[in-house]
Design a protein around this ligand. Structure first.
Ligand SMILES: *[C@@H]1O[C@H](CO)[C@@H](O)[C@H](O)[C@H]1NC(C)=O
Ligand SMILES: *[C@@H]1O[C@H](CO)[C@@H](O)[C@H](O)[C@H]1NC(C)=O
Ligand SMILES: *[C@@H]1O[C@H](CO)[C@@H](O)[C@H](O)[C@H]1NC(C)=O
Ligand SMILES: *[C@@H]1O[C@H](CO)[C@@H](O)[C@H](O)[C@H]1NC(C)=O
Ligand SMILES: *[C@@H]1O[C@H](CO)[C@@H](O)[C@H](O)[C@H]1NC(C)=O
Ligand SMILES: *[C@@H]1O[C@H](CO)[C@@H](O)[C@H](O)[C@H]1NC(C)=O
Ligand SMILES: *[C@@H]1O[C@H](CO)[C@@H](O)[C@H](O)[C@H]1NC(C)=O
Length: 481
């Protein structure tokens, strides 16, 4: 009897100890913290870490898809009608973007690199060959006309040349030429007067197998939040195209890597050299990609909103004070003076006016927004799609009869969708980390669980020991009498 109750009481004591340990582990958050600090020390750009390998040569396949807008009514547009366009695409390229010339600096706290991108055409994932013809606005001609519109003498000479050689406001070229470059007749003539001029024009001319500039990144060794953050680009820590210091800031990573331990209220900053600016994305919803849970981050409406909605965007109005409205960005200064306006595809989230101005624009959230799905523990990208549209600002220029009676319009030329989906190998590795995290995080609950089970056993044994004693004490007299 004493031995038995001693045993029962030690079960009770043990259950209490387990509960106390379990609850204090839960409250102190020790296991998740240990796990997170391990992730923080491993996600660093250091030769030999997995994070470095994935940064230096992304294992997941990246695809760049181009969609062009084919103009169907050029004659009517010159007479002042609304342009009507048909979307044609995709033309898909596999994109390879390894980091090259990687050199560590300052005891491994910063790393210099260039990021050349190579594009290989994928006929089987494209609507047609690169030789498909697209009729669109003549961007070199529009650029030249804008540039000399205030100089009547030169404008008249150029206008005469354009008329004599049949150069108009619209032109037809192949997809390959429009992207990777073609020799332009007008630029070629001008080159005889201006030898510095390049007579090749293409939307992605010189972008194949060449880098977009020299980067210096933080490695994240000192602070995990600095992982892969851009310190300088082409030796400068800010841009000079915009009219406020805030807008000229280079914020965040290059958009291909993010720091680990991301919370739902984080603002993820990234710098995009194609867009000529930095921007940020915020959490919108939970997603599951290949069985791994993640957070979806999307640039909020305010990022591209007009100055009424977001006064900080005044710095993106160039020249100062000349604001184009929500959803549009004048990148002329960063594209060698060409009258290029960036927007989201089909003017998604831009002023309704721009959508109405061109027949054939159908903005859709799912197809046209930029979205990044991230595993919040590791910062690894599960899936992403960066989408943007290249437009040309077209207006009537009196000295050039080629512009006819065209109405002022932001004319869509092409939009791109640069996308990535995590590869199966990386997904499997990430899955294991997630499982390990769940197991580690559940250890305190295991203590509590064992504590509760032992507590139950303890109560049960206590009751069983007490009940027969009391009943026998009461019944015995009854029986004997
Ligand atoms: C990383 O280490 C390997 C082998 O130890 C070496 O060949 C390579 O050059 C190093 N890379 C950098 C960027 O230091
Ligand atoms: C880009 O360059 C690579 C190698 O230099 C070449 O194989 C590929 O065909 C080029 N792509 C385009 C679209 O010109
Ligand atoms: C397209 O062709 C390439 C080889 O050229 C192949 O690797 C790829 O799997 C093909 N894709 C599809 C969707 O058929
Ligand atoms: C684009 O429009 C032009 C002119 O109508 C036509 O010749 C061409 O075939 C169209 N392109 C495609 C890919 O349909
Ligand atoms: C850069 O970040 C700062 C705050 O860190 C912000 O005030 C500024 O607006 C950002 N600039 C851009 C272009 O995103
Ligand atoms: C700015 O955008 C808001 C919302 O899209 C719109 O209501 C407002 O009229 C715009 N303001 C100007 C000046 O365009
Ligand atoms: C775009 O910016 C350039 C350079 O500042 C300027 O000359 C041009 O007029 C602007 N375009 C529009 C449509 O405001």
């Amino acid at each position: 009897m004493p031995l038995k109750s001693c045993c029962i009481y030690s079960i009770g004591a043990f259950s209490l100890v387990m509960l106390i340990i379990g609850i204090s582990l839960v409250l102190s958050n020790v296991f998740p913290n240990v796990f997170q600090s391990r992730v923080k020390t491993e996600v660093v750009l250091r030769n030999g870490t997995e994070a470095f390998d994935a940064w230096a040569d992304p294992p997941a396949p990246i695809y760049m898809q181009f969609y062009f807008f084919n103009l169907t009514n050029p004659g009517e547009v010159l007479d002042g009608e609304r342009p009507a366009v048909v979307e044609i695409g995709p033309y898909t390229y596999r994109e390879y973007r390894p980091m090259e010339d990687v050199v560590f600096h300052d005891n491994g706290t910063r790393v210099a690199a260039v990021n050349p991108k190579t594009y290989i055409f994928q006929r089987n994932m494209s609507r047609g060959p690169e030789s498909d013809l697209i009729r669109t606005v003549n961007i070199p001609a529009m650029t030249v006309m804008e540039r000399f519109k205030d100089n009547k003498v030169i404008a008249n000479m150029i206008a005469a040349y354009m008329r004599s050689s049949g150069i108009g406001l619209f032109t037809t070229h192949t997809v390959g030429e429009l992207l990777w470059g073609y020799e332009d007749v007008l630029l070629k003539i001008l080159k005889t007067f201006m030898p510095d001029l390049d007579d090749i024009f293409g939307l992605f001319y010189k972008n194949n197998a060449s880098s977009d500039g020299d980067y210096m990144f933080f490695t994240g060794q000192q602070n995990y939040k600095d992982f892969a953050r851009v310190d300088t680009w082409n030796g400068k820590s800010s841009l000079d195209w915009w009219t406020s210091d805030e807008c000229n800031m280079i914020n965040g990573t290059n958009g291909a890597s993010f720091h680990p331990i991301i919370s739902k209220n984080a603002e993820l900053y990234m710098f995009s050299s194609d867009l000529c600016r930095s921007l940020y994305a915020v959490y919108t919803n939970d997603v599951t990609v290949k069985g791994i849970s993640g957070y979806r981050f999307v640039p909020p409406f305010e990022v591209f909103a007009n100055v009424t909605v977001n006064p900080a965007n005044a710095g993106f109005c160039v020249p100062a004070g000349n604001c184009l409205g929500s959803g549009l960005l004048n990148v002329s200064l960063c594209k060698q003076g060409a009258p290029i306006i960036m927007s989201s595809p089909h003017f998604y989230q831009a002023d309704e006016k721009f959508v109405q101005d061109v027949f054939g624009m159908r903005p859709k959230k799912e197809e046209h927004e930029t979205a990044i799905d991230i595993n919040p523990l590791t910062g690894i990208i599960l899936q992403a799609a960066k989408r943007m549209q290249v437009n040309v600002y077209v207006e009537k220029i009196p000295d050039f009869s080629e512009t006819g009676n065209v109405r002022t319009v932001v004319f869509p030329v092409m939009y791109l969708n640069e996308s990535v989906l995590i590869d199966d190998g990386s997904a499997k590795k990430l899955q294991m980390i997630v499982v390990e995290k769940n197991v580690v995080e559940n250890i305190p609950f295991m203590f509590i669980g064992v504590g509760i089970i032992l507590g139950g056993i303890f109560m049960f044994l206590m009751c069983r020991q007490k009940v027969p004693e009391s009943t026998s004490a009461e019944r015995q007299p009854l029986l004997s009498s």
